[in-house]
Design a protein around this ligand. Structure first.
Ligand code: ADP
Ligand code: MG
Length: 399
């Protein structure tokens, strides 16, 4: 689960991390009020969306030479102008995809006199199964480019969870950032605080880009991107309330209510499958046959009629869907029960697109019989290859 920059910063401040003063705003008036409460004389108005690259982003509705989603303002009047231009408009960045994201919130923050920008992040490194600190002197907006062309400028420091954060980890961070004196001390303390925050908040990722050195020798967190480990949310009610559903795909939110793992994709064949492995194989074989899946959808082991119905509804809400492929292995759940579920669900949602069903497993013959006698135009398939060929043929017939 992702949160906004201002939420991440508020959390980090509780761990003693140095952040510039800032206030979130939902309207132009609130943005102006926020600026009035800040010391000035320079403010920065920042679009709050769940995506990075805002500084270099472009607003769809504004001329191509308009400023991006992170803007400097030298007066309260300028804060107002920026807020008016940004709120309600769509910001497209390297991370949002072409569709972009509507800006519904702003963060008005102190303008900082930057001497140098650094990069610091913490992630769960799957290779070692440990939290890794990733540090670079080349902070700012192009860390992906640094990782690609000059990877030697990035240092990774892995922390043993049994040992926890040790002073030498802090020194390694400060050394990698080539800092001396008071800045070096601040970097050590910061690394420790960030690690504490990461572990106690059950984060999946925490990225500070940039971490800045100010002209008066302070180390400040200027941008923060934070995501929580969704599997640990049950023990953090204080994090659950930070969820901003307007940043998420409505179909994915609906799916999560029914415990369905759904991810929207760009193709035209809706998939309903049980088990992530089978779902991946189904998507692959659709692609092999020349079409593209409209979604990934794993209904899980215990696919009840309610779940199957919810899944059909979610798939059919996507206007790009021209056909549905159901590929279910009846293991825990028997095929006849699944077939009944599919028939009932298809009737309930008034299925309007071709439906190919491939069932395998316990009671498969009974299941197939139910589908054949359902009175619905369901195309039965014998195996995965057959199913893919059939749904692709159906979809191409429609097109
Ligand atoms: P994003 O990563 O989404 O582009 P950032 O918050 O990193 O957004 O902002 C982009 C750039 O804008 C930063 O690298 C920094 O140079 C500048 N910037 C951001 N916040 C401030 C601030 N409070 N004061 C001065 N400059 C800032
Ligand atoms: Mg940034």
């Amino acid at each position: 689960m992702n949160v906004h920059e201002y939420q991440a910063k508020e959390l980090l401040a509780k761990f003693g991390v140095n952040i510039p003063a800032g206030i979130p705003a939902l309207t132009v008036e609130e943005a102006v009020e926020a600026a009035k409460q800040l010391p000035g004389p320079v403010y920065v108005v920042k679009a709050q969306i769940h995506a990075g690259g805002r500084g270099k982003g472009k607003f769809k509705e504004l001329p191509a030479d308009a400023k991006g989603g992170v803007r400097l303002a030298k007066t309260i009047g300028e804060v107002e102008t920026h807020a008016r231009e940004m709120l309600g408009n769509t910001l497209v960045t390297v991370q949002t995809g072409e569709a972009g994201k509507q800006v519904n919130r702003l963060y008005v923050t102190d303008g900082v006199d930057i001497a140098k920008e650094y990069y610091l992040s913490l992630v769960v490194d799957r290779g070692t199964g440990r939290v890794a600190l990733i540090v670079s002197t080349e902070g700012g907006m192009d860390i992906e480019e640094v990782a690609h062309s000059t990877p030697e400028k990035i240092t990774t420091i892995v922390i043993d969870p049994a040992q926890g954060f040790m002073p030498h980890h802090g020194r390694a961070v400060a050394f990698a950032l080539k800092l001396s004196g008071f800045l070096n001390k601040q970097a050590q303390q910061l690394a420790k605080s960030l690690y504490e925050a990461f572990v106690s908040l059950d984060c999946a990722m925490l990225e500070i880009n940039p971490l800045v050195e100010t002209r008066d020798g302070q180390l400040l967190v200027l941008d923060a991107k934070l995501s929580f480990d969704s599997n640990a949310l049950y023990r953090h009610p204080e994090e659950v309330v930070l969820r901003d559903e307007t940043e998420e795909d409505p179909a994915e939110i609906e799916a999560s209510k029914y415990d369905l793992a759904y991810i929207k994709l760009d193709g035209n064949i809706g998939c309903m499958v049980n088990g992530a492995g089978l779902a991946m194989a189904t998507m692959d074989i659709i692609k092999l046959n020349g079409e593209f899946p409209a979604n990934f959808l794993d209904v899980g082991g215990g696919a009840t009629k309610e779940k199957v119905t919810a899944a059909f509804k979610i798939i059919l809400k996507d206007p790009a869907v021209k056909g549905i492929l159901v590929n279910i292995f009846g293991g825990i759940m028997k095929c006849d029960i699944i077939a009944e579920g599919i028939v009932a669900a298809a009737k309930e949602v008034n299925l309007s697109v071709p439906l190919v069903v491939r069932l395998e497993g316990t009671n498969v013959e009974k299941g197939k019989e139910i589908l054949t006698h359902s009175g619905l135009p369901i195309v039965p398939a014998n195996d995965l290859g057959d199913a893919a060929k059939k749904i692709v043929a159906e979809v191409q017939k429609v097109a």
